[in-house]
Design a protein around this ligand. Structure first.
Ligand code: DLL
Length: 433
């Protein structure tokens, strides 16, 4: 039986949802106009006043915000309330440029944790469950978000944070954890380690996993599910909007329901910024409808995906987003061809490899090179050299038909590619160095 954390809102009719969104948007635009001079200036530049936005039909009139705006306004420029009303910050890992610092009032924290509670409940969680949170705790939103959601649901929460893999497994086994929350790459690593320890799917007490924070393929989902004997649910979010729980998967596993009473989603063409019709692939843009401290309007996520409003068998009515294919800034342009790491992952896993791979891009004599290094499984490792060469050729062909370009494939020894306890680093692009 499907469980809901807040059934009334999660299964509300379209009319009810639109009414809530209209009311919240009008209020939010006024709030931002009154309290965020940075955005007010952007509205003024477009000749806009708050009264020009009467409903969600007027959303398109509002200016966009991008990561560049967040950097420019760092640290307080987009703050929507007095600092004395804020109780928390979280921050992105900031691999490129300045970190993003997001602020929260207590209301914002509650709203965020409620979204995570919806996700845990959709994965079958209740106060009977033991939920191990193996996302990093600290500035990263994964640990704190799922921790708060787990408390709200009433699960016994094990706040292991990431790392110390054998201790993670000890807690799962000794305290009979039923729900595991971590990145999909860490889940795959935990599964690999459990297998080595002789633990099969029937020995492992887990029943569900809530995995997100990075792109992962359906093939990887299948591998994790069979290794651990669980159902693996996707969860999406970003620090700028709160953290995990902006969208989450239900039992149907056909895309993630966006918490539309808090986050209004649009898909735009990333080049022209034109809003695209439902079902088109493009960049996901979000407006936070009721956050107080860090209220972003029309924030460009750079995540590429599609939205659908088709009826979902779980009974939830909120719009669904497909698994993001990757970020527009993760997309590699190799010899003029757009390549997403997730496409490469699909080919590798379809050929029987695990998701232990690295993509190395370089430029030699003015030509881009694409080198895919993938670990052999222990069984393959005993193959003869001729077999290994045949396997490499098979992968080169598979990649050619998926990507349309030729890649070099190097099969490497098991365990030679570093494992990740958080978000995996899949791409090394030497061209930018
Ligand atoms: O990754 C929040 C999060 C924590 C989500 C735990 C889910 C679970 P950031 O570090 O700010 O926040 O990174 C946000 O990660 O724009 C996407 O590109 C990517 N991302 C997040 N979830 C998914 C997912 C957290 N399920 C960025 N699938 C986003 C694909 C995802 N990409």
């Amino acid at each position: 039986m499907e469980r809901y954390y807040q059934q009334e809102i999660e299964c509300a009719s379209r009319e009810e949802i639109t009414k809530i969104q209209n009311e919240k948007l009008v209020k939010q635009v006024q709030h931002v106009w009154d309290n965020v001079p940075y955005y007010r200036k952007k509205m003024e530049e477009k000749g806009l006043k708050p009264e020009d936005v009467k409903s969600i039909d007027d959303l398109h009139k509002l200016p966009f915000l991008s990561k560049a705006d967040l950097r420019e306004a760092y640290p307080y420029g987009l703050l929507g309330t007095d600092l004395k009303n804020c109780v928390r910050i979280q921050s992105t890992s900031g691999t490129t440029g300045k970190r993003v610092v997001a602020f929260y009032t207590q209301h914002d924290v509650d709203l965020w944790e409620e979204c995570c509670a919806r996700a845990i409940t959709a994965a079958g969680g209740s106060n009977e469950d033991v939920c191990q949170v193996s996302y990093g705790y600290g500035l990263f939103t994964g640990g704190p978000g799922l921790n708060g959601g787990s408390h709200k649901v009433g699960c016994l929460t094990i706040p292991t944070s990431s790392g110390n893999t054998d201790r993670q497994i000890m807690f799962i086994m000794d305290l009979s954890a039923t729900i595991l929350c971590c990145t999909p790459s860490y889940a795959a690593y935990l599964g690999e380690r459990m297998k080595e320890m002789g633990l099969g799917p029937n020995d492992i007490p887990l029943k569900a996993g809530i995995f997100g924070a990075e792109a992962w393929s359906e093939e990887m989902r299948h591998d994790i599910e069979t290794t651990m004997g669980i159902k693996a649910y996707d969860i999406y979010g970003l620090t700028e909007l709160s953290g995990p729980g902006v969208a989450f998967e239900c039992s149907a596993q056909q895309g993630m329901h966006i918490n539309e009473d808090h986050f209004l989603a649009e898909i735009i063409d990333p080049d022209t910024e034109e809003v695209l019709p439902e079902g088109s692939q493009g960049e996901l843009v979000f407006t936070s409808l009721d956050k107080e401290a860090f209220p972003l309007l029309r924030y460009r996520t750079r995540d590429i995906c599609r939205l659908t409003r088709e009826k979902c068998s779980c009974g939830r009515t909120h719009v669904r987003m497909e698994k993001p294919k990757g970020r527009s800034d993760d997309m590699l342009i190799i010899r003029g061809v757009n390549v997403f790491p997730s496409q490469i992952e699909t080919v590798l896993l379809n050929h029987g490899y695990a998701a232990n791979y690295q993509i190395i891009v370089d430029r030699v004599n003015n030509t881009d090179t694409l080198d895919v290094q993938v670990e052999m499984t222990p069984e393959m490792f005993t193959d003869s050299l001729g077999d290994v060469e045949a396997r490499q050729r098979e992968l080169v062909d598979g990649l050619k038909s998926m990507l349309g370009i030729k890649a070099k494939v190097s099969l490497v020894a098991p365990k030679s590619i570093p494992r990740s306890e958080g978000k995996a680093v899949r791409v090394i692009d030497k061209r930018r160095i």
